[in-house]
Write a protein that binds this ligand. Structure first.
Ligand SMILES: [Zn+2]
Length: 500
């Protein structure tokens, strides 16, 4: 089966065929680095990191670019307000962004070009547009003439007359209301660091041309996937297409993938402005990631199909935490049964002793069919939400096998090997989404297998107390653990533990 993607450009789900067979270039619009990243800034990177992992698994060689906009009005204004050099503020905010990406398991970015490092190339492209009569200087600014571009509006289905909401303030005279700024003349009061020499005088590039030039420089003039939030379709991406295709005479990005935006359930917190401000402050990524596990936030983002809005609230995070814990409880269970963690190399289930006989054969067939379903839903426009649902079903199937075959109380070598192989299969599939990368990211809170062993001792002592009808001592163990954020969960197969 082939991979299909929904292309905003055509409004249809299409078979994915890269420009160069076997290779995929992806460009995702990155942050303007003027203030700390927000949860919304995490959505695109997490989704495209999962897409890159999956495409790599499907045999493609993927190059993924995320740009840093470090020359821009808001950044210049914020640096002035804080009385720090523009590039010092940009550096600080970029660092903050990068450390958040690391915590979210976003490790697949190959290039993070900064606009300030591509000024020469940007000027070259603008000059090409001027030479072709598609752009014109005006009072030190340079504008793109949208009436010259035949296909203008093909991504957003808007006409040039509807062009509004531009990010740049305009000082020069435009020929048409829809024309947008490629180069912006510097103002005398602006810092020298953001005044670049050009054939049209000192100035700086507009936001749209940055992305066109950096993507084409790193991925070629025609590349495969251009991504970004739905709010960027117009005017940003429409303008990227217009200026790129006019400059090169070639198609720009082949597939346009747009992710849904974050939606906050603020019903419960909209009582006062102050409360709202406090809530939004909590959504700053570094703060959120100080309180919540990065994997949990990633899991929450991938739990919704990328084109749908992502609901975000404390309740939603808590619900997802419980969901994620289901997997970690199973991993703990597998560790207890087999004495081996689920994170090692994965021997296939069909190689387990006795795999050709029932009940192992039926179990092995089920595990294989979950794997196939995982691939099917991911092939269908990277449906990570459906993929996670498949992982849940697989976890449920493994738990059921353990219960039905009494693997905990009467373990046989064959069933133990089957449980281990199935557990590893689950981890391997989860890792294609960038989940379960680190052993016990939540349950052990970094304590790893030794912490689990210590917890086993406490659980055994509590069990001993209960058997001897010393319920006060048993409850004391449970309550004292609860005070430090460790919850004991009694299940038919034994007691398990989890942390906040
Ligand atoms: Zn962009």
């Amino acid at each position: 089966m082939s991979i299909r993607v929904y292309n905003t450009l055509t409004g249809e789900k299409e078979t994915f065929e890269p420009v160069n067979p076997g290779k995929v270039g992806i460009y995702l619009c990155g942050p303007t680095v003027y203030k700390p990243s927000h949860i919304g800034h995490a959505v695109g990177p997490v989704i495209f990191d999962a897409i890159k992992r999956y495409l790599t698994f499907r045999g493609f060689e993927v190059t993924w670019v995320v740009n840093i906009t470090d020359v821009e009005d808001k950044l210049i204004a914020e640096a002035a307000a804080q009385n720090v050099p523009v590039f010092e503020l940009a550096r600080r905010v970029t660092e903050d962004y990068n450390s958040a990406m690391k915590k979210l398991g976003v490790t697949g970015i190959d290039h993070m070009p900064k606009a300030s490092e591509y000024i020469g190339d940007i000027i070259d492209y603008i000059q090409r547009l001027v030479d072709k009569g598609a752009a014109y200087p005006s009072d030190g600014d340079v504008y793109f003439d949208v009436t010259v571009c035949k296909g203008y509006g093909k991504l957003s289905n808007r006409s040039p007359d509807e062009q509004f909401g531009q990010r740049e303030l305009q000082s020069g005279q435009k020929r048409n209301p829809g024309d947008f700024c490629l180069w912006k003349a510097s103002k005398p009061e602006e810092p020298d660091a953001v005044k670049f020499d050009s054939p049209w005088g000192a100035g700086r590039p507009g936001w749209h041309i940055d992305c066109s030039v950096m993507s084409m420089k790193l991925l070629g003039e025609t590349f495969d996937i251009h991504g970004g939030g739905m709010d960027l379709i117009f005017p940003h991406h429409e303008n990227e297409i217009a200026q790129s295709e006019t400059a090169t005479g070639q198609s720009f990005a082949k597939y346009w993938l747009h992710n849904g935006l974050t939606r906050f359930n603020t019903k419960k917190i909209s009582k006062s402005d102050e409360e709202m401000a406090r809530f939004m402050e909590k959504m700053v990524l570094t703060r959120l990631l100080a309180e919540r596990d990065g994997e949990l936030i990633r899991y929450l983002i991938l739990g919704t199909h990328y084109r749908s809005p992502i609901d975000f609230s404390d309740e939603e995070v808590e619900a997802k935490r419980k969901g994620l814990m289901t997997f970690y409880r199973l991993f703990d269970r597998v560790l207890r049964i087999t004495g081996t963690g689920v994170y090692g190399d994965s021997p296939s289930l069909s190689q387990a002793p006795g795999a050709v006989e029932e009940p192992l054969r039926g179990f092995a067939d089920d595990v294989l069919s979950y794997r196939q379903r995982f691939v099917e839903v991911m092939d269908d426009d990277f449906n990570t939400a459906a993929a996670i649902a498949v992982l849940f079903e697989l976890a449920g199937r493994i738990n059921r096998f353990i219960d039905e075959q009494k693997v905990e109380t009467e373990p046989g070598d064959a069933s133990k090997a089957a449980v281990l192989a199935a557990g590893r299969e689950l981890v391997e599939l989860g890792r294609l989404l960038g989940l379960f990368l680190e052993p016990r990211a939540i349950a052990g809170a970094g304590g790893g297998e030794r912490l689990d062993a210590v917890m086993r001792v406490l659980i055994d002592v509590r069990q001993y107390c209960r058997q001897n009808k010393d319920f006060r001592a048993a409850d004391m163990i449970r309550d004292k653990l609860a005070e430090i954020g460790v919850t004991l969960v009694d299940r038919p197969g034994g007691t398990e533990w989890e942390t906040r």
